[in-house]
Design a protein. Sequence first.
Lengths: 380, 323
Amino acid sequence: MQTAGPVAADAPAGAPDRPGPSNHLTPADQAALLRAMLLMRAIEARALTLYRQGRVPGSFYDGFGQEAVSVGAAFAMGPRDRLCPLHRDLGAHLVRGVEPVRILAQYMGRESGVTGGRDGNVHFGDASLGVVGMVSMLPDMMCVATGMAMAFKLRGEQRVALTWFGDGATSRGDFHEAMNWAGVQRLPVVFVLENNQYAYSTPLGKQFAVDPVERARVYGFPGVTVDGNDAEAVFEAVRIARERALAGEGPTLVEAVTMRMHGHAAHDDMRYVPPALLAAWAQRDPIERQERRMAALGVDVAALRAEIDAVVEAAAAEALAAPMPDPATAAEGVFAVGEAQPLGDGRAPWSWFASDPAADRAVPTGSAANGNGAGRGTAR
Amino acid sequence: MAVMTYLEAISDALREELRADERVLVMGEDVGAFGGAFKVTDGFVEEFGEARVMDTPLAEAAIVGTAVGAAVVGMRPVCEMQFADFVACGFDQLVNVAGKTHYRFGLAVPLVVRLPSGGGFSGGPFHSQSPEAWFMHAPGIKVLAPSTPADAKGLLTAAIRDPNPVVFLEHKHLYRRINGEVPAGTYETPMTARIAREGSDLTVIAYGAMVHAALEATEPEQLDCASVEILDLRSLVPLDDAAILASVAKTSKVVIVDEANETCAPGAQVAALIADRAFEHLDGPVRRVATPDVPIPFSPPLEQAVLPSVERIREACRELLEY
């Protein structure tokens, strides 16, 4: 049986998850993490139904079971930071502020989708929110994120770039080129390796001889492994990586160990995955873990789920009613005209950023945000 | 106006844009303290510093990919491939990331990739290629190929100011061989064709180094005083359809010259355009002179056997004039 990779900071199913692994999150932050993960899963579940109903052209790719990786990492990023998410990282787009109706319209190729029907599924990025959409060649966006960080450093700006990529992507040359470049120039970039055990059908044992997190050291920066099914643990690892970057200490490779609970895409029955492996990972669902934490804090989780479901159902209805793009526009927009507009700033819901207009440029020192409702904690 | 070499004009454009726009960044292998393999950026580090004239690792995919990242956060990167041939290693980042981003979600990627291209000096199969057609076939990328110092400066300036990815083919064989008057200060040359010589009996369509070969091949005393028009395309994407069709309408006979390998070279697109939209004006077959579909060989007699020569161009013109 294919075994899972190393998992740090894991807790057995059912064990009490409070307090979480980060003391930089207020209860409102913890609830926001749960909310974003619930929203991601509800949107993807709805989209899968739409796919089976023939409403989603092509195939459909989801991040079922991996919600903590994109939500936790994106939650640590400031408004002026820039993100390059992967196809199982819908949560990053949600944290950044993309509305569910635009995402569902995107899946269905509607004019009101983020790409207006020019690209499908999670191949989008809302440039106005500081997000660059991925390409299918993996991990090309590692080089792009490295270039953003290069520009930040060159201009003396206190900003960070972050990108996600999978275990399969570590075999391609762009992984090496980006890691090496970022190490040589000590760039403020965070690389999140989303280790979900399989690259389509290829297990880790056929992908690499040494866990790629080990490679960070030889490029001159740290690599850390974190439980990718714990949003707070992912947040904490990325928060620390971001602090290092802002302090001028260079990149960090964060390996988030998780499991792809669905096939590579909707057409894939993933018969190559041992059922026992899936069953074991099902016991460690990232959403259920966060729900237990929030229930312990007195949050009405059932009400939150109901609210999310209603939001998604309304978004689906609106997206279904949205028009398809005009075929006459298919050749438009190949080239930009006029002055190039750079990426805009995104939503950054972590309470630390709301606490001070300059917070995204500073490093939160100390801790103790947990439980007292004060985002700054003991920060100076 | 100053007289400059083609290479000096390219340097001049880069220097002027670095001075004028703090967003401009020059990056590539050995472009910093060493001044570049061909010395295009000689002395730049002293004026602009190592951050803006950046020596990079030997990593073409990352050179293009990081340039994309820098571009979308407000920089204007100008990448140098040490030789055009090496852009093959950065092809994916150019074609799939840079070229498609604006179409997919409206994000402009203003970057330039300079490609020292072309053969004629025993560079062999990996230092002599003319890869312009690769990028003509990739939507979202502009492709420029100047033939004169003045156009090299003006087109490179226009490329740097353009909001799109631009590949800029600078022919190595022109670097120090071709001189010309170059206006001082900054100016943009339009991405359109130019008539390099007026004529009425036949049109030769060319770009880059082949413009000079075409001019030499068609000197009137070499062709029984025939009046041959030379159309210098300058820009391959966008392609100046109107100028091509206007010249064909005037002369009715066309020879198209490519240094690129023949199949699907720029000249193939030009020939197809003429067949489609200027058929009624033709008074003879559209003739092509190009490099056959072989790697560029190293040994001088082999290389000269494949690159379009003045003699081959002249012979094609002579046959067509007699048609």
